[in-house]
Design a binder for this molecule. Sequence first.
Ligand SMILES: [Zn+2]
Length: 194
Amino acid sequence: MTDAPAEPQPLEIVLYPDPFLRKRARELTPAEFKSGQADGWSLAELVERMRVTMYANEGVGLAGPQVGVGLRIFVADDSKDNTGFFAVFNPKLEELDGALNEEEGCLSIPDVRAKVKRAQTLVLRGLDVRGEAFEKNADELLARVCQHETDHLDGVLFIDKIGMMAMHRLHKKLDALKADYERLRKLRGKPGAK
Ligand SMILES: [Zn+2]
């Protein structure tokens, strides 16, 4: 088995309240798609590593800032058997319609779940890894994932969108995450994402 290609390695998830999660990610340029490179990343390798990171953490979506990458990319798969994978760059959400109030979580905010009101259906438009047009109709869970991940690209977290009662209920969990983060930050001796 010496000739088998190396499995892509999962990336480390940036955890709340890391300030990197609050930064707006930037769009990729046509030149970057042409070269297949941005911010020192091969775009194809970035997609692969985000894919394995999402599956390793049993997520349904993962955005660039969650792995310390300040580029407008997210990956998602709302299927039960890992057959629905896609990656989208420079995503735009259009034709949003309807409303659903369902429970949501986030790989960057472990063990915290709360109901968030989201559009029920939308059309996701963006670019694929080669910079070619990508379009997908999304409803229910997938529409929710698209909205959650696009929020990440704007530095917005789902806990920003929950009601006061839910915030009150989750206060202790969020404080515990803040304390964990501070402990780790002191251990590593520097703030922010790696
Ligand atoms: Zn998230």
